[in-house]
Ligand binder design. Structure first.
Ligand SMILES: *[C@@H]1O[C@H](CO)[C@@H](O)[C@H](O)[C@H]1NC(C)=O
Ligand SMILES: *[C@@H]1O[C@H](CO)[C@@H](O)[C@H](O)[C@H]1NC(C)=O
Length: 254
């Protein structure tokens, strides 16, 4: 399941941008590698959640460590613990998502990265239109991104896992590519980071019939510094919508 080429290219992009100083959100005082997390439930994390109960199981690859921080809802950096989105996606029961194992992989594989700061912003059930510029979620993402830089650090990537809610209607699936591209471009513009690396996940599940159309739209977005990690084939919870804990660990490591 693990595709090491994708893993390395995602990490390579992060490193490349840090070395070339592409991102304008540069730090003065420390070198925290900041990763923004946005999208819907599978980014917010539902691994281990069955019937609205989280089983509390945290695999080793997602365990807390002093080098991986999380920006909480009050814009304070704290040691990251699962569920990462518990005070952000507050209307849902959160579980394990992909970001902790991604952060562990970044620390493990990237020379010189000592501290990773995760900025959870995903909210379950949201469609791409909810993330359009000027909307509540978009504004919150921009606000939290800027807030994450207060003590220094550099925003090195946006992690994006969304699209399941846009698989219901043909017209939404058809409009997805355009809406997604606009979201990425608007966000890079508003962050004044035109080359901000984006790691998007191609969806594997959805509410309905147009999953393949949305996947094609995701893979059809052609941008510099965008890598796509495919979730297809990863195991799902019994609801057939959400990745299991083990699947989230594998995804993060991709
Ligand atoms: C929770 O649900 C309420 C009522 O629908 C809504 O106003 C609020 O924005 C939701 N909060 C989040 C974080 O999704
Ligand atoms: C997104 O959800 C909102 C509110 O539920 C709805 O009004 C809108 O039509 C949806 N848009 C898409 C593209 O699904």
């Amino acid at each position: 399941m693990l595709n090491t080429n994708i893993i390395s290219s995602a990490l390579y992009l992060i490193l490349l941008s840090s070395h070339l100083g592409h991102t304008l959100c540069q730090s003065r005082s420390n070198d925290k590698t900041i990763i923004l997390l946005a999208g819907q439930s599978n980014m917010a994390g539902r691994g281990g959640v069955i019937n609205d109960q989280w089983d509390g199981i945290v695999p080793d690859d997602c365990s807390p460590t002093s080098s991986i921080l999380r920006l909480n809802a009050k814009h304070q950096w704290v040691v990251a613990t699962e569920p990462l989105h518990r005070d952000i996606d507050t209307n849902h029961t959160c579980g394990v998502g992909p970001a902790m194992s991604l952060a562990h992989a970044v620390v493990r594989k990237s020379f010189g990265i000592r501290e990773v700061g995760l900025v959870p912003c995903a909210v379950g059930g949201t469609n791409i239109s909810h993330w359009s510029r000027g909307g509540h979620l978009y504004n919150q993402l921009v606000r939290r991104a800027k807030g994450s830089l207060r003590d220094g650090g550099t925003i090195q990537a946006l992690g994006w896992y969304q699209g399941e809610s846009d698989t219901l209607l043909k017209q939404d699936a058809d409009a997805y590519r355009r809406r997604l591209l606009k979201f990425f471009l608007d966000f890079r513009t508003d962050l004044q980071s035109p080359m901000l690396p984006i790691i998007q996940v191609a969806i594997t599940s959805g509410d309905a019939r147009f999953i393949e159309e949305v996947r094609q739209a995701q893979m059809g977005v052609d941008l510099m510094n965008l890598v796509t990690v495919d979730a297809k084939g990863l195991p799902l919870e019994p609801d057939n919508l959400h990745l299991t804990t083990q699947a989230q660990v594998e995804l993060g490591e991709k």
